[in-house]
Write a protein that binds this ligand. Structure first.
Ligand code: ADP
Length: 603
């Protein structure tokens, strides 16, 4: 049912209710007032009739029809009412409606309630249907006492009853009913006409609004409502149009952003894949499609069905479980040089995951070429260097250098070629570590067994520099599973630096402890690890250099470092050895106060 019909029905309901209420009110009013009018009329007429009859009537004993009925008829005619006289035995002696034989045959009226009331209470009133006249009457009866002149003065001799027809009341109410009916029909017609016009003003704009909302919902974003009034409906339409404008703007922005992201995703070198919580692919960019060789109908397929790379599944699972970003280098089976960095990022609380695949094959190749080149060059430089050193030593030993200057030159040649030799061997070692050519010979090592060999190497240097080495590794410290020789190299590099960059009178402390990872410094939460510290009271490393000292050839103070005889590769080598042991290395340092180098190894 539309609004117009609803409103029309409501109006009709209201009008009918009002008319009905008015009808009942008026009917009651009319009935009451007419009825009381009739009653008072009856009262007046009955009283007058009684007075008249008292005067005119003979005494009780000589009632005759001939005497009484004409009197009653006369009174009735005068009053335009029905008048009846009944004696105390209930015999009707006179009645306006009956004469002669008919009068004599009338029922005994003693049992009539109004007659009884008149005798007992002094007056009686009743509405009743009269069989005699076949109409409804209101009867009013009063007792009649004989007049004062008679010898039985004051004695009750009969009852006079006056009746007026009630037809007038009923006729009036019938008329009212007719009027009410006519008013209702007229009201209905008026209401229908009125509602057709008045509801049109409301329903028309609403109809238009409805049409436009349907059109909008169907995707016609340009649909707008015509605003042709300034009332509430006009405002509603205006506001609706504003809302539609805003939505359109937002859709435009989103579409633009979507287009932009699509272009970026389509043209980027990385493979991007979206999977839902059930690991089903919901999106893949062209790079991902070609990297993973996805079939045409990949959307909605489980990743594992399409591409069986266990590492990728494991990575996805890890991201699902930890709800954090998971990263790994994975060999993608169908890449020529199968190497890729894969990142899994959980989005919208585990409902979706973004998988980014970065093909690092070329980078790895280049790194390998560079490391190969460095390794080859270093290797090639070793033989000539040995020869140079050999000849220089021979020259010096054979005393064939006559002059002092010549001797100094040869010593310089020897020093520089020694530096070059250590540089070349450091470079070679670093390249081999980078190329993964160094095979780890792990064995359980007691850290305290490193103390003596370290002292052997550094004791003269420590004494010369006025430094002390404090060894604070607990006596019963768990053994660590490392390559002994390579680990010695770490100690040598760190302690050598500490000695070089700590002024006289300082101290170098080596200590170790076991700690459970708290997620700091990349440690996995809950796993136990060994934390090794090499601390000095030296010059410290400025903040901006702290992240860079592990790069090859990086030196904080180029001149000073060279003077100290360093190659700039010590920390880079230490870092690679630690990494090959699945450990982490980092430092904390305060300028002028000292540095602490930390090495964490999984236990
Ligand atoms: P180098 O052979 O020059 O010592 P490293 O790789 O061992 O090369 O160190 C890189 C640079 O880090 C050094 O040149 C020095 O500036 C800084 N460095 C290393 N260890 C320390 C330390 N204990 N105290 C201060 N500076 C240091």
């Amino acid at each position: 049912m539309n609004i117009r019909t609803q409103l029309t029905f409501r109006y009709i309901g209201i009008v009918l209710l009002v008319l009905l209420a008015m009808y009942f009110y008026l009917a009651t009013m009319l009935k009451d007032s007419m009825s009381s009018h009739i009653t008072s009329e009856l009262e007046v007429q009955a009283t007058l009739t009684r007075e008249f009859l008292i005067e005119e009537l003979p005494t009780k004993d000589n009632f005759t029809y001939d005497l009484i009925d004409p009197l009653v008829d006369k009174l009735g005619k005068a009053n335009n009412a029905r008048v009846t006289f009944i004696d105390l035995a209930g015999v009707v002696w006179g009645d306006t409606e009956r004469d002669g034989q008919a009068l004599r045959e009338m029922d005994n009226h003693l049992t009539r309630p109004e007659v009884q009331d008149a005798i007992k209470k002094g007056s009686g009133i009743r509405d009743r249907y009269s069989n005699t006249t076949q109409t409804e009457f209101r009867y009013f009866a009063l007792p009649i006492h004989s007049n004062a002149d008679s010898e039985i003065s004051g004695t009750l001799i009969g009852i006079c009853r006056v009746a007026l027809p009630m037809a007038a009341v009923n006729t009036a109410i019938d008329k009212l009913r007719q009027m009410a009916l006519i008013a209702s029909v007229a009201g209905l017609i008026l209401v229908i006409v009125f509602s057709v016009f008045s509801t049109g003003a409301i329903t028309k704009p609403i109809g238009k609004l409805t049409q436009v909302t349907q059109s909008l919902a169907a995707g016609n974003i340009n649909s707008r409502v015509p605003v042709d009034s300034s009332n509430e409906l006009g405002q509603l339409s205006h506001n609706f149009n504003l809302m539609a404008d805003r939505i359109q703007e937002q859709i435009d922005t989103i579409s633009e952003e979507h287009r932009r992201s699509e272009t970026i995703l389509k043209n980027m070198g990385e493979g991007v894949l979206l999977v839902n919580g059930a690991s089903e692919i919901t999106y893949a960019n062209p790079t991902a499609i070609s990297m993973l060789e996805l079939p045409d109908d990949y959307i909605g397929k489980a990743l594992i069905e399409i591409n069986r790379i266990p590492e990728l599944q494991a990575l996805l699972k890890k991201a699902e479980q930890t709800e954090t970003i998971a990263f790994a280098e994975i060999q993608l089976g169908n890449l020529r040089e199968p190497e890729a960095e894969v990142t899994v990022v959980p989005v919208s609380a585990g409902q979706e995951y973004v998988i980014v695949i970065h093909d690092v094959t070329k980078e790895r190749q280049l790194e390998r070429i560079r490391a190969d080149f460095v390794a080859n060059v270093s290797h090639e430089l070793r033989t000539p260097l040995t020869t140079i050193r050999g000849y220089a030593e021979t020259l010096l030993g054979e005393n064939s250098v006559r002059t002092k200057t010549g001797e100094q030159f040869i010593v310089k040649i020897l020093n520089h070629s020694a530096r070059l030799t250590s540089l070349v061997s450091d470079l070679l070692e670093l390249s081999r570590l980078e190329l993964g050519e160094v095979e780890l010979k792990r064995s359980p090592c007691d850290l305290n067994t490193f103390h003596a060999p370290i002292l052997d190497v550094f004791e003269p240097l420590l004494e010369e520099s006025g430094l002390v080495l404090k060894w604070e590794v607990p006596e019963k410290f768990p053994r660590v599973n490392v390559d002994r020789q390579l680990f010695m190299q770490i100690f040598v590099n760190l302690i050598d630096n500490a000695i070089k960059y700590t002024p006289d009178g300082g101290a170098i402390t080596v200590s170790a402890k076991i700690r459970s990872g708290e997620g700091t410094e990349g440690a996995e939460i809950g796993s136990e690890e060994i934390l090794l510290r090499v601390e000095d009271t030296g010059i410290g490393i400025p903040m901006e250099s702290q992240s860079r000292v592990f790069e090859r050839f990086y030196r904080v103070d180029e001149g000073r470092a060279r003077e100290m005889g360093g190659t700039g590769l010590g920390l880079a080598i230490a870092k690679h050895i630690v990494l090959s042991h699945n450990g982490r290395i980092w430092l904390e340092s305060t300028l002028g106060q000292g540095s602490v180098f930390y090495i964490a190894l999984p236990l």
